[in-house]
Design a protein around this ligand. Sequence first.
Ligand code: ADP
Length: 455
Amino acid sequence: MPANLSMESLKAAVTAGEIDTVLVCTIDMQGRLMGKRFHARHFLDGGWEETHCCNYLLATDMEMMTVQGYAATSWASGYGDHVMKPDLSTLRLVPWLPGTALVLCDLLDHHTHQEVPHAPRAILKRQIARASAMGFVPMMATELEFFLFEQSYEALRDANWRDPKTLGGYNVDYAIFGTSKEEEVMRAIRNGLYGAGIPVECSKGEAETGQEEINIRYSDALDTADMHSIVKNGVKEIAHAKGRSVTFMAKYRHDRVGSSSHVHQSLWTAAGAPAFFDETADHGMSALMRHYVAGLLHHARDITCLLAPYVNSYKRFVAGTFAPTKTVWSLDNRTAGFRICGEGTKGVRVECRIGGADLNPYLAMAALLAAGLDGIERKLDLAPAMSGDAYLGTDMPEVPKTLGEAASLMKGSAMLRTAFGDAVIDHYHRAALWEIEEQNRVVTDWELRRGLERA
Ligand code: ADP
């Protein structure tokens, strides 16, 4: 299911007065949509060719701080422009915003018109091209979890973000009556996204009070990353229009389960055959798939920083919460970091369970692909699957415990440096260090509660 607008159909819709606004968006380091709202006539008149944005969009933090320490841009270099080049294959309707369409852009260097190497979309495209040169098309899906709150974002902000109240009052995992009560928002989300050319499979209640999941049909990796970013933005916009709010934080309360973004992965041949499937092999896993999964395991700790990019992300990795604590693989076992799904069928695939709902899908998928392709190139051997409760395993490699640990592992990864380039790894290492610097600087509620009287 491709994006659902061509330039011709956009032109017709503008002429008919059905569309007057085009969101021209790029992806920032956090995986968010950033850009401009174009009058549709201006977009058709030439805006579709290119527009510009400040290059700090690939050097700010969540709060748009002008973080220093990046080689790519700074006050010293004057924060110049990037070119935003619309990828017209992503043009689509945004049914939940009146009269609106959306297009995603690649970011190009203002002077050379080459893709900016640390732009998330460019990073993923390079790994896809690498897979393609090896004869494979990576197919992926992300399963996004989030919490749905009764209050609007404005009400929560007025309350200093304290005590968000979930719309659901108890665990509605797979429950129909429980989720029927959330249908005003969830139905609008499913149908709105579907109308934007996003093949929604289903939504369901998840295993924590107020938690939801939305599944989108798998597609090629770039399309999946694009859809993931649009889904996150769309879910927020639709909830907001209903006077509600959502969070994609990995962990919004320490005493509640966190939100994940599992990534399902398989490789297919250019002719459309499932390269991970061999009906004569154990579990239907081809030798190629075994090498890919071995690559994922070999590099899992080194790529975690790109699956869990914030200090908060690491608070999700808690035993007994369905979030993994060990970088091991298993067959249909939800306690391991990697789970084989669709065993013995053409749909056999590996699900990475490490990433949280806060991941940047382009960086996460690029890192997973880089690790898996390295496994194929080096023909890495796959150790036997684990079984039982991985949370109890004592001799299994651990998911890094903190952002600091994960950032150091990423920085030292020769595989990532070769795959992404030194400058790109150094850029995202700086982003991780900044998160830690901010966390170290700020006095938190927790410190006040503990210490104000008793210290
Ligand atoms: P679960 O048991 O986790 O609920 P689902 O059948 O719902 O599994 O599939 C989870 C996700 O995996 C869906 O988004 C689906 O589109 C995706 N998926 C299915 N087949 C493949 C495949 N061959 N490669 C990648 N993703 C796939």
